[in-house]
Design a binder for this molecule. Structure first.
Ligand SMILES: NC(=O)CC[C@H](N)C(=O)O
Length: 193
């Protein structure tokens, strides 16, 4: 049995927990406190508002322990705002949040017209069939260092990346009813153990 936490300070927490709990041999738990970081095999940083989540991470003093855990190999998956939390650089912003992934992200990158949209894409590492992708005031990755693996691009913009124990998607698999991304993350966690 694997325990996968979902950072539960703000955002689409329950949707990820519901997906995790549909998978065999996975228990999804909400994580709010530093001590809970010791009880999990992996962590999802959900979508929401990165500024708010970053502020709460600092207020609850979660940042140091969380950063240390991820640096020492805790598998982590950031969706949308979660991707922004992981990025080392955020366009037009002086500070990053956790600053762990060698990517530069642009927040709200699709402007007002394409604020929210859905599309499909084939991501061979994750699924044999095209996956539904839901973008909600989404970022994209503007630059990535050479050791970041690009898993998916949509209209020439990087929207899914992986670097060592870290996975990040600009879109929201937890809102699609398709569990392939959660299965992919669970397999990544299992392969590590
Ligand atoms: N759906 C989302 O997570 C939106 C992210 C949000 N626009 C941000 O910048 O943090």
């Amino acid at each position: 049995m694997l325990t996968i936490g979902v950072l539960a300070l703000q955002g689409a927490v329950q949707e990820h927990l519901d997906c995790l709990n549909l998978l065999p041999d996975i228990k999804g738990i909400a994580v709010k406190k530093t001590a809970e970081l010791n009880t999990i095999d992996a962590l999802i940083l959900p979508g929401g508002e990165s500024t708010t989540m970053g502020k709460l991470l600092r207020e609850f003093n979660l940042t140091p322990k969380l950063t240390e855990k991820i640096r020492s190999g805790l598998p982590v998956w950031g969706t949308c705002a979660g991707m922004i939390l992981l990025a080392k650089n955020i366009v037009d912003e002086p500070n990053c949040h956790l600053g762990l992934m060698d990517i530069t992200v642009r927040r709200n990158a699709y402007g007002s017209q394409l604020d929210s949209f859905s599309t499909t894409a084939l991501i061979p590492e994750v699924s044999r069939t095209p996956l539904p992708l839901v973008f909600i005031r989404a970022p994209y990755v503007e630059a990535a260092s050479p050791d970041v693996k690009v898993l998916s691009t949509v209209a020439d913009k990087i929207v899914a990346v992986e670097q060592r124990n870290m996975l990040a998607t600009a879109f929201h698999p937890e809102l699609t009813g398709n569990l392939d991304f959660h299965k992919y993350f669970a397999a990544k966690v299992r392969n590590k153990n």
